[in-house]
Design a protein around this ligand. Structure first.
Ligand code: 5GP
Ligand code: MG
Ligand code: MG
Length: 188
């Protein structure tokens, strides 16, 4: 039984993803070109952002540094279990640096709205958010307005629980190279 047979529908193919990631990287390369000394720090939110971050930084035409934070809030289900908790801290010093926070998906906005003040407290001069998917229909916090930086989104996502390209259900399916929706029997 193949992995693809677990998927009910594909929302974005690998090719569509690559094209969009290239556009985001080009935009970031332009936006941070002249006004950014020292170079920006790209901070990925583990684990979900790992593939997006890897593809994005390889297309950014600027020297950047890379770090990760980890935030737990989802458990193994499809609904957030409330307040996010930072369980892995930054290694790099972001004081007086521009931070680009890289997320797989912004849903309610709780995760990003917890991380922006955390990065500001560490002295970041601005925090921009670059999320691969954006689900504005479920937003509780208007994260676009926080952080003194820009808000980049790959695609607007309909209100489905999606998997692939880094995103999991119960820690599985992150390795799918596309974004899809699971067949109902696998959401168990
Ligand atoms: P938020 O804090 O904005 O509600 O959501 C934060 C995290 O929930 C995301 O970074 C992601 O890890 C997870 N999440 C939200 N929506 C989805 C989804 O549709 N699929 C998956 N796999 N994870 C999601
Ligand atoms: Mg995430
Ligand atoms: Mg998850």
């Amino acid at each position: 039984m193949s992995l693809d047979s677990h998927i009910e529908s594909v929302l974005w193919t690998h090719d569509q993803i690559s094209d969009r990631v290239a556009e985001l990287a080009a935009q970031i390369s332009t936006d941070f070109d002249s006004n950014s000394i020292p170079p920006p720090v790209v901070v990925g939110v583990a684990t979900g952002a790992f593939l997006f971050l890897a593809d994005l930084v390889r297309k950014i035409q600027l020297p950047v540094s890379v770090d990760f934070v980890r935030v737990e809030s989802y458990g193994s289900g499809t609904e957030s279990n409330g307040a996010p908790v930072i369980s892995l801290n930054l290694k790099l010093d972001v004081k007086d640096k521009h931070v680009i926070l890289v997320e797989d998906i912004v849903d309610t906005g709780s995760t990003v709205s917890c991380l922006i003040p955390y990065l500001e407290l560490k002295g970041a001069s601005s925090v921009s958010v670059c999320t691969f998917l954006d689900k504005p229909s479920r937003r509780k916090v208007q994260v676009e307005l926080l952080g003194k930086g820009k808000f980049y989104r790959g695609f607007q996502c309909p209100d489905y629980f999606v998997v692939g390209y880094g995103m999991d259900f119960a820690e599985l399916y992150r390795n799918l190279p596309y974004i899809g929706v699971l067949k109902p029997e696998y959401y168990k």
